[in-house]
Design a protein around this ligand. Structure first.
Ligand SMILES: Nc1ncnc2c1ncn2[C@@H]1O[C@H](COP(=O)(O)OP(=O)(O)OP(=O)(O)O)[C@@H](O)[C@H]1O
Ligand SMILES: [Mg+2]
Length: 505
């Protein structure tokens, strides 16, 4: 039985078949937008068309960025935010899990809130909200982060105590607060529960004790990041240019997630309150980089922002190494997906399943270098053209220096012609430096090595690379660990080490 069958078709039929008549890129008029009303990202790979992003022709302004570590996610986000700020005066609030944006925000003259390093957020701060609504939000965050939902009585006691804390300071629970009036803190709520416990009038003291215990984890001395007067004007957060919420100083992920949820809740409220804006562009981008707990929970306000953001000109940018950490409601609803380098088959399967792209795009993605990306957009037009295309490179504001370690001196002629193994490994400068730092290479040695690399066109043969490190007194075990971290196969590493002649003293 033959697999290929001949078929008679007319030329007009043939031309309808997109694989013949349409190159795998959207037409230029879709990619090229008015430079004063769009954000330039880079040129397309095939036709080198400058791609400038605008949300007018996509279903919504939200963006997902995925890719392995070092692929260029944060770099893209920074480039994007800077240009959005320049073009539309867009504000940004960055929920910065690992302090990746802090230095950059500082350089750009933005505002930084470093929790756990001298800054505080009072999660009872109203930022213009009614106390009843804020209490509901706080309880919502506790439901995501603690086991409180399984204990209805404790939940009720906690909620009442928080409401009472506002009432005691003279707030009207159902009204917007007067400007400038200081909110209570969790400590006031805890004190109320303690009073109730001591007065002995309550039937189930164990419930009270547990409710107090749960709240106290957010108010212990030294860990009371959320129960002191806020050091940032929360109300102005969405309209303050670039704001970095640096969470790296917090001691665990629950604290980080609480801060992130609080910020999202406040921004959501702000967005709804300010209502529709007539201005063009986006008012505020909210960035979640690696905040998986917050990006993955169904109850998180990240989802509300995705659902309602467009009409208020609020955009969400989620960046993650692992696409399955992003809630499906977010991932399948973002208007634009930037897919940077992805190695893991499981992640590729997931993305391909949800975005439905060709094997060609899949193989491109797994072979991307730093800063290369496939862009998938949900266009609103009914015209038919591919909605995914490849960018040559995200053209950012910093130069990119690529270093190459050549394997041809290690591979046999047969291996080189069989083309089954990579012939070289390429790294971006910082990425290679970071790897070395991780494997105990000192700053001095790194500088010497890079001087050598720069003098020979940023290229080195593998054996020379290993011998050079060895001549700098790097231990063989560290050299091996470094090679492993470059995803070189064990067998090949063994061969590299023995051919280079280095050995443990
Ligand atoms: N398009 C690009 N042009 C120039 N340099 C880039 C580009 N993309 C990334 N880089 C550089 O590559 C390095 C790694 O990029 P980046 O920190 O953005 O990676 P990442 O995907 O955010 O990684 P992680 O998941 O570890 O946070 C940085 O030094 C950055 O300056
Ligand atoms: Mg990053």
């Amino acid at each position: 039985m033959s697999i290929v069958k001949m078929q008679h078709v007319m030329s007009n039929e043939v031309s309808k078949r997109s694989f013949l008549s349409r190159p795998p890129e959207p037409p230029a008029n879709i990619l090229l937008n008015d430079p004063m009303n769009s954000i330039y990202i880079g040129n397309t790979k095939i036709f080198k068309i400058p791609f400038a992003w605008n949300f007018d022709n996509v279903t919504n302004p939200h963006i997902a960025v995925v890719g392995i570590t070092g692929a260029g996610k944060s770099y893209f986000v920074k480039t994007f935010l800077i240009r959005a700020n320049y073009i539309w005066d867009t504000n940004a609030v960055i929920i910065d899990w690992a302090s990746e944006y802090k230095a950059w925000v500082q350089q750009s003259g933005g505002t930084i809130l470093s929790l756990g390093k001298g800054d505080y957020i009072n999660i009872m701060d109203l930022a213009g909200m009614k106390p009843l609504d804020r209490v509901k939000q706080i309880m919502g965050a506790f439901e995501i982060l603690t086991d409180i939902a399984s204990y209805p009585e404790q939940r009720r006691l906690t909620e009442e105590a928080l409401e009472q804390a506002y009432a005691n300071l003279g707030f009207n629970l159902a009204e917007r607060p007067p400007e400038g009036k200081d909110a209570p803190t969790l400590k006031d709520g805890i004190a109320l529960l303690e009073e109730q416990l001591q007065s002995g009038g309550y039937q189930y003291p164990a419930e009270l004790e547990n409710a107090i215990y749960r709240l106290r984890q957010f108010a212990r001395p030294g860990e009371d990041f959320f129960s002191r007067k806020s050091t940032l004007d929360i109300e102005k957060m969405a309209n303050s240019g670039l704001v970095d919420i640096d969470l790296s100083g917090l001691s665990d992920d629950t604290f980080r997630a609480l801060a992130a949820l609080f910020i999202l809740q406040t921004l959501k409220e702000k967005m709804r309150f300010e209502g529709f804006a007539e201005t063009k562009g986006i008012k505020t981008f909210v960035v979640l980089d690696e905040a998986w707990k917050v990006a993955s929970d169904d109850r998180s306000d990240a989802i509300t922002i995705v659902r309602e953001g467009r009409k208020y000109q609020f955009g969400l940018i989620v960046a993650s190494q692992n696409p399955t950490d992003i809630n499906e409601a977010i991932y399948s609803n973002v208007g634009t997906n930037f897919i940077l380098r992805i190695k893991f088959e499981r992640f590729l399967d997931y993305i391909q399943g949800s975005l439905n792209f060709s094997p060609y795009i899949r193989s491109e993605i797994s072979n991307f270098g730093v800063g290369q990306a496939a862009v998938d957009m949900s266009f609103t037009t009914s015209m038919r053209f591919p909605n995914i295309f490849v960018l040559d490179r995200i053209k950012g504001e910093e130069p990119l220096y690529i270093y190459t370690i050549n394997l041809t001196d290690v591979l046999t002629q047969a291996e080189v012609s069989a083309n089954l193994l990579p012939r070289d490994y390429q790294f971006e400068e910082d990425e290679l430096k970071n790897k070395m730092i991780n494997y105990n290479v000192s700053g001095d040695i790194i500088n010497q090595l890079f001087k050598k690399l720069d003098s020979q066109g940023r290229t080195i043969n593998m054996l020379d690379f290993v011998r050079t490190l060895y001549s700098y007194h790097l231990r063989v075990a560290d050299i091996i660990a470094l090679l492993k971290s470059m995803s070189i196969e064990d067998l090949l590493i063994t061969r590299i080490i023995s051919s280079s002649g280095v050995r443990n003293e």
